[in-house]
Design a protein around this ligand. Sequence first.
Ligand code: ATP
Length: 268
Amino acid sequence: MSAAPILQVDEIAVTYSQLIPALRGVSLTVPSGAIVALLGGNGAGKTTTLKTISSLIRAERGELTSGRIAYRGDPITDADPWTLAERGLVQVFEGRRCFAHLSVEENLRLGAFVRRPRRADLEADLEHIYGIFPRLKERRKTLAGYTSGGEQQMVAIGRALMARPALVLLDEPSMGLAPQVVEEIFETVATLNRDDGVSFLLAEQNAAIALRYAQFGYVLESGRVVTQGKAQTLLGLDTLRDAYLGSGNPGAGGTPGRSRRLRAQLAI
Ligand code: ATP
């Protein structure tokens, strides 16, 4: 892992429809070659953070009102999503959005569009994706809408990989999937990170699994980072265990009392 971060987010504040504050000064770093987890309950601001980084927030009437974002050292606050994808920064949406009426392979091919590859390169990249997800090769002619939830998540990740990304913003990959499938998806993330050097910023409610694969984590509550630290450290925090690793849903945004206890444990 090299020292220069691939992504640096400084004090970003985001408002929806000019009045609903969603992020209130979020800062985070993704070191080059790292997997970083962004944790928190419903409505904590994870998706908003990812969409702000990828500039897709504007499509949702969201506005970055202050703060800075740098990708590979360059400011990207005003960049458009297409240019970012060309430069290797791609997002995989929550809910594994696929084009249901296109086949698995057509979905994958669409991901390569930003690179305008030569035919031979495109075919080689497809084979690379099929090597990572052999199940997609078996299902390549099937309409994406008829595949299982796990397969659709693989299509969504595979489509992002067709852009040959350096950094993937991965939103809730575990959502709605059986534990065994979730494990498979995270194993793939680990392999891509290790073998292809892809960095990940991983938004997850399932802190237990995310922190097993990430090196570092941030916990968001009500649009603020309330805790950050090495994955091992976060896994050891009783309060984090109660809030995000237990069986209960942590709920929208968390409670101020819990935030104070988390901060106290980490002395931040
Ligand atoms: P979840 O896991 O439920 O998606 P999250 O941590 O990703 O939660 P966000 O979706 O980023 O949280 O939501 C953060 C806050 O912004 C919430 O209060 C949410 O209601 C609000 N919000 C999100 N999207 C919009 C939108 N398009 N317009 C208005 N408010 C929004």
